[in-house]
Design a protein. Structure first.
Length: 341
């Protein structure tokens, strides 16, 4: 019979072989997609030189055994909450059984005790979808910016008025506490955490291997008014985005982008926002930041050349935008992923 020591019968939960340890805390009613995406994404992260796994993921629960899901099958969880004390990152997926009812603002004694094993220096905690209710009920999100699924925003605000809820974004991060919106935004958040740990190249490899978009900024809108049209359809701005990515290194105007789609600037701007959740200027800035990050991580180009190649024009402009987006200067960012140059 598995105990709550954090160990499966006969073997440790984590091997302590240098891999980053990720614990997933599941509760009855867990969504299989949210549980699976954590294992899939972190499990696909490999060292770029020798291919060794960069993460070790373990699933734990309050009472080990068969755990109900919101599907027609349970999952067997053998690890107890002792696993949380060893983890460097803890991820809390959603359960509509506990997060959305009227009791959602309260934590039971067992969960309160389990959470007490998590919050310590150097431990990162993230939630997927309404898993943010758990972090908020523990008081960790008070005064901080957070998000959850937009359908649950009203209930969340009622229970946790001290949290600065932003239901219009994909994910947030503040003081080692991260929250994400629905299941798909959990993918974005996991890729974001991998990027923070190991850089864009590793995260992009994970995205390619799992066939998901490589990066969506946390500030992107949760809910887009309509589907993105592809193949040069009348309402698509995809051709303009492709053209912009091929020409990031030079100044780009709204007029030029609109001309690619044979639209007026006003129509182009409206349709662009409907399809991406961003204004063209916001989207361009984010693509330029991504290009600069890639060049800083993968090349030895001087900062001024990186700035020019990414379309920022000057090193001063790159420094301003990178600091606004990531809180670091280009040199510090490069040193993080490439070592001192």
């Amino acid at each position: 019979m598995p105990s709550d020591t954090g160990f499966a019968p006969g073997r440790p939960v984590f091997t302590h072989d240098g891999r980053h340890r990720v614990a997933v805390l599941v509760r009855p009613g867990v969504m299989p997609l949210e549980l699976g995406l954590v294992h899939q994404l972190f499990g696909a992260a490999k060292h770029p030189e020798d291919g060794r796994p960069l993460y070790e993921v373990a699933t734990c629960t309050l009472t080990p055994g068969l755990i109900r899901t919101n599907a027609d099958f349970p999952v067997q969880v053998t690890h107890g909450t002792g696993t949380l004390a060893e983890a460097q990152t803890v991820i809390v997926p959603a359960t509509h059984e506990e997060d959305e009812p009227e009791s959602a603002g309260r934590l039971g004694d067992a969960l309160t005790e389990a959470l007490g094993r998590i919050r310590r220096p150097g431990t990162r905690v993230a939630s997927i979808c309404t898993g943010a209710f758990v972090l908020a009920a523990a008081g960790w999100l008070d005064g901080r910016r957070a998000t959850t699924h937009w359908k649950s925003a009203g209930l969340f605000r009622r229970f946790f008025p001290a949290v600065r809820l932003d239901p219009d974004v994909l994910y947030t991060g503040e003081d080692e506490l991260f929250t994400s919106a629905g299941e798909a935004a959990g993918i974005d958040l996991c890729l974001h955490l991998i990027r923070l740990d190991h850089g864009a190249a590793v995260a992009n490899d994970v995205a390619r291997s799992t066939v998901v978009p490589p990066h969506r900024e946390g500030g992107q809108a949760q809910f887009i008014a309509g589907p993105v049209a592809h193949g040069g359809g009348r309402s698509s701005t995809g051709a303009a985005r492709d053209w912009a990515l091929r020409n990031l290194g030079r100044p780009l105007s709204l007029r030029e982008l609109a001309d690619v789609e044979s639209m007026s600037v006003r129509t182009f701007t409206r349709r662009f926002r409907e399809e991406t959740g961003l204004t063209p200027v916001q989207w361009l800035t984010r693509q330029r930041i991504e290009r600069a990050r890639q060049l800083l991580e993968e090349t030895d180009m001087p900062v001024e050349r990186v700035a020019a190649a990414a379309g920022f024009g000057t090193g001063a402009s790159l420094r301003q935008h990178l600091h606004a987006a990531l809180g670091v200067a280009p040199g510090a960012y490069r040193a993080t992923f490439r070592g001192p140059g």
